[in-house]
Design a protein. Sequence first.
Length: 200
Amino acid sequence: MAGRPRVGVLALQGGVREHLDMLRAVDAEGVPVRRAEEIAELDGLVIPGGESGVIFRLADTFGLVAPLRHAIGAGLPVLGTCAGLILLADRIENPAPGQGSLGGLDVTVRRNAFGSQLESFDAAVSVLGLDAPVDVAFIRAPEIVSVGAGVEVIATLPDGRIVGARSGRVTGVSFHPEVTGDARLHAAFVAGLTGRRAAA
């Protein structure tokens, strides 16, 4: 990998611009991704928050589901936030009509586990590997209700609810670090990239 890592943000719906801003703030080349051929040029991928059912349906419409599943399975590093976590989960409780997932993270998630938009809240969450809690927002956030063997829990709330998990190169969190502007999770993700390109 020469120069800055090239990190895509799946740009179908949701907080795309905010994630691009965060990636650029941590000295990565943040690029929007809307076409299958763009995936092979990435060192990493962020799947943003938004409406997980809408993102999946748009990914299916634009022929991105199979290429994304292939790339994730081939080792493309991925960070999913909120809806991105849902899309990475192998199992989804109460999915939206017609909703599937890209898979790659052996967890079960429950959509909208923290309530409606009106029940959104900010919190400081300790994340494994970071030296201080990360300031984040929970907005119609999912909860990880179970994890498979080999999945590492990286973030929990004081009541024990799991809000972050990692398996290999795939990381999913329930919250939005890009809303509060705390770039340390993005910085850690970018620092962990090795330049391995997604398989074509």
